[in-house]
Design a protein around this ligand. Structure first.
Ligand code: GLA
Length: 390
């Protein structure tokens, strides 16, 4: 599928969720809400350091059919999960060890009720096509879809930035992942055909066009990500330690010069972590400018350097991700860019590929990846779509 038929994809998800709702609840849904997943073009592990990221919302997401209830009960049917139904009341929300997916609903609603205690319950049917645990933010798209659903059901005054912060609170305080704000914010506020440079300190953002005739080419390495949350949280702690050493609130405030001059006093591993974050912030800004100037070569170089930094300094890539990047780079050269994307430790790589080269890139992935790594790749051809609250 080199042509991306977005309209058809949307209609299919809506029809499916509507049908499932009728089967489950014996009536039609009151509304349907959708929130996209995301791919990060550049700027990884910078968001929780108050830095810069450059993601785009994509044409894979979570869709929810819903109707309001008069009581405080939430009934959820999750079509894509093994244990499909969860039921709880808003008056008594507790973590569910056995049904992880339900914690995203619970955590999000618990956080939402801090500012909107007036909400009542709902009947919900959820389906999605963001591959789970692949670094494309299936969980953020779930949280934002829940928030969009409740905003509409109960006519809440909820803007995209507040929604993103609520989604992040759900992850940080309920699910237990100390993630930054990038995933929720782009899912809420992404702009069609654009990536977004987000300043994760001020939460101000600027849209940057994806160059015409380029495709967001994503490959899932299909490496199962193990112990992701603990490894992620550890990286975050290491960054915070270095910020503390410099007496600042976040690595955003440290320059490469300052870091280098303190090299002897900093643990070598911590030093590398900080070097990644500081240099990655600079690359995100360079890429924003390059996107605006349609300077593909600059983008290509920045993406390549970003991958190397995530591989060698931040140490969150895998040999499979490195392999995918190397094989795609061998075809693209400076005509496009390629790097790992998201949290790492498995999951996806992203490439910005001239649409005329998509088949060539597909061929190299299909002919080499499985042979060299014993895993079959999943390829997603994406376009940048609109966020749920934009
Ligand atoms: C995960 C987190 C984000 C961000 C990325 C890495 O996706 O949820 O907040 O930190 O990893 O850039």
């Amino acid at each position: 599928m080199t042509q991306i038929n977005l309209a058809q994809q949307n209609v299919e998800q809506k029809e499916l969720v509507q049908q499932l709702f009728e089967q489950q609840f014996k009536r039609s849904a009151e509304l349907i809400a959708h929130a996209p997943g995301r791919v990060n073009l550049i700027g990884d592990h910078t968001d929780y350091n108050d830095g810069f990221v450059l993601p785009a919302a994509i044409n894979y997401g979570t869709t929810i059919a819903a109707s309001a209830r008069k009581d405080k009960v939430i009934k959820v049917y999750a079509h894509d999960c093994e244990q499909q139904t969860s039921e709880f009341t808003l008056n008594e929300i507790s973590f569910d060890q056995d049904m992880m997916w339900s914690n995203y609903v619970k955590g999000t609603l618990q956080a939402l009720m801090k500012t909107h205690p007036e909400i009542n319950g709902a009947n919900l049917v959820v389906t999605g096509d963001v591959p789970q645990g692949a670094g494309l933010s299936s969980s953020a798209s779930f949280e934002i879809a829940i928030l969009k659903t409740f905003a509409q059901l109960y006519h809440l005054e909820l803007d995209g930035i507040s929604a993103a912060l609520i989604g992040q609170q759900a992850e940080n305080n309920f699910v237990g992942c100390n993630c930054g704000i990038m995933d929720q914010l782009i899912s809420a506020m992404g702009q069609q055909d654009h990536a977004m440079l987000l300043d994760c300190r001020s939460l101000s953002f600027e849209d940057a066009p994806i160059p015409d005739n380029f495709t967001l080419f994503i490959v899932n390495s299909n490496v199962k990500r193990g112990l992701v949350d603990s490894a992620y949280n550890l990286r975050r702690e290491q960054c915070e330690q270095v910020a503390k050493f410099f007496g600042v609130s976040a690595l955003r405030d440290v320059t490469l010069e300052q870091l280098s001059s303190a090299k002897e006093q900093i643990d070598p591993v911590f030093f590398k972590r900080a070097r990644h974050v500081i240099s990655e912030n600079a690359r995100a800004i360079i890429t924003l400018k390059a996107l605006k100037n349609n300077d593909i070569e600059k983008i290509s170089i920045a993406m390549k350097e970003s991958h190397i930094s995530l591989r060698d300094d931040f140490e969150v890539t895998t040999k499979e991700m490195d392999g995918l990047v190397e094989m795609i780079d061998s075809v693209l050269g400076v005509e496009g860019g390629v790097r790992m994307t998201g949290g790492g430790f498995g999951g996806c790589i992203v490439a910005l590929v001239p649409t005329s080269m998509v088949e060539q890139v597909k061929d190299v992935v299909n002919s080499r990846y499985e042979k060299e790594f014993g895993l079959s790749p999943s390829i997603y051809l994406c376009i940048a779509t609109q966020g749920a609250f934009r």
